[in-house]
Ligand binder design. Structure first.
Ligand code: ZN
Length: 502
């Protein structure tokens, strides 16, 4: 028995999904606005073709052969894992009626258009009917794929397999209890000066500095590029072409810089997946139908957060690199030094907007969303009561009065995209990044010492060996146990926040 037909079929599925991702990248960087309607159809057609191929007769025959070919291999052998994951994905998609897949895809296009308009005018009523339908279809989807305790489990499992409403409630309770006293202490202090971050920074200097740091981190520009977009993201079409994007604001220098460092973390993961996994199941999310080498959304976010917050948002980093930034902006930064710059980009101050939140309050924004979407899925909260519940939770957690829906319930794109269940992965990424960094410190103190000399290669080597090269071979907790000896654990993250903000 041979694995060749199976590899060929999965290779074709991966090709279709990479092509769909390339069309998405284009739609968010290059495409004229007029292309939106037909582009949505093109992407949907490619993804449907990938799903059909996965559920097709040729795949069934190839899988049958492959299943016998891997008999006797260790359960965690790359080929055994590829076959097992593909069988699970086929079973998953077979449970979801094609009409439901199409209804969700069609709704996404309409819901995003309605959300864009609703956010511009801060008019929740424009979006509410679409959100109502989104929640209804998410419930249908959860019922189709199945779950044990809570409908939400089926949705969160699409992004972070293994997590459930219950496990997240436990994680969030631990984080809430740990963050509260640190936040209280931080609030008692006067915020650092940050006025100089708004001094009209030219895009060219932001781009040149950001890209030079990305390369220093190990981002390979022969297999990557940086473009401009509205909502920054990283995307890969196999490890050989891994692109990042950012946006430049003259009046907010850290936006593009930390954005580039963040997306570089994602890109390093993808560029360093074992080449043997290229065009295989171990570099394809066959459940989400997305070509990606990272093992879960949370694991992916751990890499972006690690480089953004544990490497770049540190006094050492700015002691090393602030002079280079200053060389790009000699007039704007003439009266600023590395310490003042670090203090400005680390200041903790509760705000309305998740994507602008500091490290200390960020997870409270996530917990709010997860609490509300869990209640929506359970039917404990209606879409019409959502804005009120949002505002009440903001007051409870951050002591802020939300001024309008644009800065409240309408701020995120996720629900309009049908991504119910994806928010927890941001916090999981934060937790996992701290856990991995603690392991690096214990395991390879030389890598930390090298960072003080602005040499990031030993850190990248550790991460390549522990995380990146494996692609999707190991699940998130399996990866963490191998790398740190423990499954996901909030303690290192709370220690990190206390050390930085306590
Ligand atoms: Zn990210």
């Amino acid at each position: 028995m041979t694995l060749e037909p199976f590899r060929a079929e999965i290779g074709a599925v991966n090709d279709l999904l990479c092509a769909a991702s390339l069309l998405t990248w284009d739609s968010r960087t290059m495409m004229p606005a007029g292309g939106a309607a037909t582009r949505g159809l093109q992407i949907a057609t490619l993804i449907r073709a990938a799903r059909d191929r996965l559920l097709g007769d040729a795949m069934a025959r190839a899988l049958d052969q492959a299943r016998r070919a891997v008999e006797g291999l260790p359960e965690d052998h790359a080929d055994a894992r590829a076959v097992a994951q593909t069988l699970a994905a086929v079973a998953h998609h077979a449970r979801v009626p094609a009409a439901l897949v199409e209804a969700r895809a069609a709704l996404r296009t309409q819901a995003q258009a309605a959300w864009t308009q609703a956010r511009e005018t801060s008019d929740y009523a424009l979006f509410a009917p679409h959100l109502d339908e989104t929640v209804r279809l998410a419930r249908d989807y959860a019922d189709a794929v199945g779950y044990e305790a809570h409908r939400y489990d089926a949705m969160v499992g699409l992004f972070e397999p293994g997590e459930t409403a219950r496990s997240l409630a436990d994680l969030f309770a631990a984080l809430r209890a740990g963050i509260a006293p640190i936040l209280d202490a931080a609030r008692g202090r006067a915020p650092a000066r940050s006025d100089f971050l708004a001094r009209g920074y030219a895009m060219e200097g932001q781009r040149a500095f950001g890209l030079s740091i990305a390369e220093r981190f190990g981002y390979d520009l022969r297999r990557g590029r940086l473009d401009t977009t509205v909502h920054p993201f990283e995307v890969s079409f196999t490890r050989e072409d891994v692109r990042i994007t950012t946006r430049y604001r003259p009046d907010y220098l850290p936006g593009s810089l930390f954005g580039i460092f963040h997306e570089t973390g994602h890109a390093l993961y993808e560029q360093n997946v074992d080449p043997a996994h290229t065009r295989t199941t171990l570099a394809t999310d066959l459940i989400g139908l997305y070509a990606v080498g990272g093992t879960s959304f949370g694991a992916h976010e751990s890499q972006s957060r690690l480089w953004e917050n544990h490497v770049a948002r540190t006094p050492t980093f700015w002691a090393n690199h602030f002079p280079e930034l200053q060389a790009h902006f000699p007039a704007e930064l003439a009266d600023v030094d590395a310490d003042a710059f670090y203090a400005a980009v680390t200041r903790a101050e509760p705000g309305f907007i998740r994507v602008e939140a500091d490290e200390l309050t960020y997870d409270l924004h996530i917990m709010l969303r997860v609490e509300l979407e869990t209640a929506l899925m359970a039917g404990d909260l209606t879409v019409s009561d959502l804005p009120g519940a949002w505002d009440e939770t903001m007051r409870r957690d951050l002591d802020l009065v939300v001024p309008d829906a644009r800065r409240g319930v309408l701020q995120d794109v996720h629900w309009s995209s049908g991504y119910v269940g994806s928010f927890p992965t941001y916090t999981i990424g934060n937790v996992m990044a701290a856990q991995l960094m603690e392991a690096v410190r214990e395991d390879d103190p030389g890598a930390v010492a090298a960072m003080e000399r602005a040499d990031y290669a030993p850190l990248a080597d550790w991460l390549r060996a522990a995380v990146w090269r494996h692609g999707r071979r190991f699940g998130r907790d399996e990866l963490l146990v191998r790398a740190t000896g423990r499954a996901l654990d909030p303690a290192p993250y709370l220690r990190h926040l206390a050390a930085k903000y306590g």
